[in-house]
Write a protein that binds this ligand. Structure first.
Ligand code: NDP
Length: 435
């Protein structure tokens, strides 16, 4: 704790994983005794912090801070997104990098864990400012990347536009068309079909598998999805395809409730094209659609909740409200969106609960499929890629469920995900020696 003072989210993520390991260590004591394996797992292999100077549209020089935490490369090159949001600091990036190591292990693909980003706030910035920021960010970051070293992707505030600018700058600086160095690329320059959709779709597939264990399905269910970004939009799309009705979504200012089911074409237009606010949805639709500024989206009654915005967005109080309203399943589209208290309340109430490191792993898994396509200079169809994603999500679900059962906690996906991923990373680390 002293070494990582003030890094609250990192402490929270580490505590959550270590809290699950008692049973695996009891069964295999060597994990606790073997060359400080668990301590090494909690210490990033490398952390890079750098200055990002850029010039805004009025000619002023602005300074932001850039981060890349290369957490663990036992299973493959570091892999994990870049987040541009004013809340970014080293503790947030470390929590995300730590989680990513286990998430990537669950996919069964050869990828290690890393995460990066900046405290840059893209909101309200022009395309030119975004481009200059991305170019400056990549001017430092490029020396730490490579298809065999570290392969970033998008995250909050980083979508196709930003990845394009960063790939352009990487190519210019290195004089190499190294498609496999970034994922989430556009389709014209090495991107994979279904990558944009993968995290939201994947979370929905995971919840579908979880519901099936109780002979339930999305059909006819009321669903609430928080956020209205990349993950939320494609979760809403897949839930609707599976016959569920998403009645509310949000952004950081407020949420909308549409009892007819969220009109996804309109959300996409507002968020992906106009880069507007979710309040615009209610303005355009008019009554009876409601927009609630502030407040908690989790007060909206639903059968399935899919928090898909950001960390710690769903508190104990929110969890209690959901339970009181009869929620049956919760799937984390975002990383660590439920506080430990909220998770505890869901588990005590017998609600099916899918932790982010398992439920939202479809994004990074499809990034690994993008790397495969780049390596073989191939490009798969949407159907082929989505079919692979669906199989991967089912396998992750089954491996979490089976591991939970094996360790005497059937139905506990948190324990299942933590132990299954820990064992994969730990076995590789043991083989590689003390490094
Ligand atoms: P986007 O930037 O596309 O969307 C984020 C959404 O969450 C926006 O609606 C945003 O609202 C809202 N949001 C962001 N920060 C806050 C906050 N502090 N409080 C309330 N709302 C907030 O990001 P993504 O959809 O890509 O990411 C969402 C989550 O999913 C993150 O936790 C991310 O780490 C996780 N994730 C993403 C993956 C991906 O492939 N993109 C893969 C796996 C996990 P506003 O516009 O007001 O900021």
């Amino acid at each position: 704790l002293r070494r990582n003072a003030g890094e609250e989210e990192f402490h929270q993520a580490v505590r959550e994983v270590l809290g699950s390991l008692g049973r695996v260590v009891a069964k295999h004591p060597r994990y606790a005794n073997n060359h400080a394996l668990i301590e090494r797992l909690c210490e990033p292999e490398r952390q890079i912090i750098f200055r990002v100077p850029w010039v805004d549209d009025s000619g002023h020089v602005r300074i932001n801070r850039g981060f890349r935490v290369q957490f663990n490369s036992a299973l493959g090159p570091y892999k994990g997104g870049l987040r541009f949001h004013p809340s970014v600091n080293v503790g947030i990036i470390k929590f995300l990098g730590f989680e990513q190591t286990f998430k990537n292990a669950l996919t069964g693909m050869p990828i290690g864990g890393g995460k990066g980003g900046s405290d840059f706030n893209p909101r309200g910035r022009s395309d030119g400012e975004i481009m200059r920021f991305c170019q400056s960010f990549m001017t430092e970051l490029h020396r730490h990347l490579g298809e065999y070293t570290d392969v970033p992707a998008g995250d909050i505030g980083v979508g196709g536009r930003e990845i394009g600018f960063m790939f352009g700058q990487y190519k210019r600086l290195t004089n190499r068309y190294e498609a496999g160095v970034l994922t989430g690329k556009g389709l014209t320059y090495g991107g994979s079909r279904a990558r944009t959709e993968a995290t939201g779709y994947g979370t929905t597939y995971f919840v579908q598998s979880m519901l099936a264990t109780k002979k339930q399905a999305f059909e006819g269910r009321r669903v609430v999805v928080s956020g209205s970004g990349n993950v939320a939009i494609y979760a809403i799309e897949k839930v609707a395809e599976f016959g569920g009705k998403v009645v509310a979504c949000s952004d950081s200012n407020g949420y909308v409730v549409d009892e007819n089911g969220i009109d996804l074409a309109l959300v996409k237009e507002i968020k992906e094209v106009k880069r507007g606010r979710i309040s615009d949805y209610a303005k355009i639709k008019g009554a009876p659609v409601r927009y609630i500024e502030g407040g908690s989206i989790w007060d909206v009654p639903c059968d399935v909740a899919m928090p898909s915005a950001t960390q710690n967005e769903l508190t104990g109080k929110d969890a209690q409200a959901l339970v009181n309203n009869g929620v049956i399943a919760v799937g984390e589209g975002a990383n660590m969106p439920c506080t430990p208290e909220a998770v505890h309340i869901f588990q005590q109430a017998g609600v099916l609960f899918a932790p982010g490191k398992a439920a939202n792993a479809g994004g990074v898994a499809t990034s690994a499929l993008e790397m495969q396509q780049n390596a073989s200079r191939d490009s798969w169809t949407f159907e082929q890629t989505e079919a692979r994603l669906a199989i991967i999500m089912r396998d992750i679900h089954d491996s979490c469920a089976e591991t939970a059962k094996e360790y005497g906690a059937p139905g506990d996906y948190v324990l299942g995900a933590n132990i299954a991923s820990f064992v994969r990373v730990a076995e590789a680390m043991e083989s590689l020696g003390v490094i």
